[in-house]
Design a protein around this ligand. Structure first.
Ligand code: EPZ
Length: 436
């Protein structure tokens, strides 16, 4: 399987977004805190969601997912296991997010270390250090990290870096720890705030104190919920960047502009037009025909999201001038550069910085997606590249998005999933492409 992308006309039209992948995964894990049937709405059918379904079913949950209505029913009343099989854990790092809920529910959790991925070593020391502070005993035995606690105790937990996963995991344990827990220097991404909304709906008492402290009062029992997910700002970013690189005009009907403030600022600095929709909601975007290169640095929310770094780099490749991109969140998240170079991009790297010099044209090539957001970057570059781009490594594309290619095609993009590789040379017909 691969994604075939051809040079596309200006994208145009309206599209609505699914719920955020990075919200639904942690919210599904949080349902282990309740015993009963919950309903989640606008759930993307991405393979990460399907992995989380498999994980929860392996613990005893009963789940039904309607791919048409994107409604997900999760019944946790029959959950009776606290051990997650290593084969399930290694499929998806977000599996680590069941640790807090299992400790709250069973006072124990046996999980395999999630391991790193291509974008970085991704340790879980912030999670483990603070779970220990809450009284959790942690032993590594064979394939498992065995953890148990007599009684979770409420504490002041300080994060040296506002880690999203650590904030979410500790919060889900703290909602069942008698007393008041404070998570200081917490992550406050829209997906974390959506989890807080869900926990509050379950009956948890949670407040946020500036600058970034989450205060949680422990509760005995939490109830099942019904919830419409926050929309996916990263899917929104993909559509806006696809429109930008093709010179198009799109309307994202249910996008939340406030969740993308710094990213949208950078698009405006390039010369693109960004507005709210007619009713003051959504995002209306109109590309400029002469985009200027901009520089940016990734940072925790509300800074420039690291998950849009690679896709935003793709459009800098065809912008006028030079862009300096500094990836500060993950130590190895520039792997997509060598694939963009195969397409004719001019990019040099110095430590965590990439220097992109805009070129007049990109060329179709065979490229390999190394992670979810790299796949998005290569697809976006392929929409503007001369000829045909063949993207393999599409498990990443499918992990992060629910048939994004179909939605892009509905806006006029020449992109499709293909099963059999029939092209011997995916390069564009033009002679000059040969040299790349
Ligand atoms: C979440 O990962 C997202 N995943 C990632 O999205 C996203 O890139 C990342 O946050 C940053 O925004 C999900 O929500 C499922 P972190 P997470 O803990 O929670 C270091 C995508 O493409 N760190 O905020 O794992 C870590 O190595 C994915 O959708 C420690 O050192 O990210 C990184 O450098 C990719 N020790 C930084 O903190 C720890 O214990 C931020 O990591 C935890 C983290």
């Amino acid at each position: 399987m691969y994604v075939e992308i051809k040079q596309s006309p200006e994208l145009s039209g309206e599209v609505s977004l699914y719920g955020a992948k990075n919200a639904v995964l942690v919210i599904m894990a949080s349902l282990l805190l309740t015993s009963g049937k919950s309903l989640l709405k606008n759930v993307p059918a991405s393979s990460d969601v399907l992995h989380m379904i498999t994980l929860l079913e392996s613990l005893g949950a009963v789940i039904s997912f309607d791919h048409e209505t994107h409604e997900l029913w999760v019944d946790t009343s029959s959950v009776d296991k606290w051990r997650v099989h290593p084969d399930i854990m290694k499929k998806m790092r977000a599996s680590i997010l069941v640790m807090g809920p299992l400790l709250a529910r069973f006072s124990r959790a046996d999980i395999a270390l999630p391991g790193g991925c291509v974008i970085g070593t991704r340790p879980i020391d912030f999670h483990l250090k603070n779970f220990s502070k809450m009284g959790v005993e942690i032993q590594s035995g064979g394939a498992y990290l065995k953890t148990h606690v007599r009684q979770l105790s409420a504490k002041d937990l300080v994060l040296e870096y506002p880690s999203i996963g650590a904030t979410e995991n500790l919060m889900m344990a703290a909602v069942c720890a008698p007393g008041t827990t404070r998570i200081i220097n917490a992550a406050l991404e829209p997906e974390v705030l959506d989890l807080i909304t869900v926990l509050q709906k379950m009956g948890a008492q949670i407040a946020i104190e500036p600058p970034a402290t989450i205060i949680i009062k422990g509760e005995d029992a939490l109830k099942p919920i019904e919830h419409e997910l926050v929309v996916d700002r990263l899917e929104a970013g993909a559509f806006l960047l696809a429109a930008a690189i093709t010179g198009g005009t799109v309307f994202l009907s249910n996008a939340n502009k406030d969740h993308l403030a710094v990213f949208l600022l950078k698009l405006e600095e390039m010369g693109h037009l960004v507005r709210s929709g007619p009713k003051g909601t959504g995002i209306l975007f109109k590309a400029t025909k002469s985009p200027q290169a901009v520089s940016f640095k990734t940072a925790p929310y509300p800074g420039f999201p690291t998950d849009l770094q690679a896709p935003m780099m793709a459009i800098q490749c065809l912008a006028q001038g030079r862009s300096v991109i500094d990836e500060t969140v993950f130590e190895n998240r520039l792997v997509h550069i060598r694939e963009l170079q195969k397409m004719g991009a001019q990019i040099s790297v110095e430590g965590s910085k990439a220097m992109v010099t805009g070129v007049d044209e990109l060329y179709g090539a065979s490229v390999i997606a190394s992670d979810i957001r790299a796949s998005c970057a290569l697809a976006i570059a392929g929409l503007a590249a001369k000829g045909t781009t063949i993207m393999t490594g599409i498990s990443h594309w499918r992990r992060g998005y629910d048939h994004l290619e179909k939605k892009l095609a509905s806006l006029g993009a020449s992109i499709a999933l293909s099963h059999s590789l029939h092209l011997t040379k995916p390069l564009s017909e033009t002679k000059s492409a040969q040299k790349y």
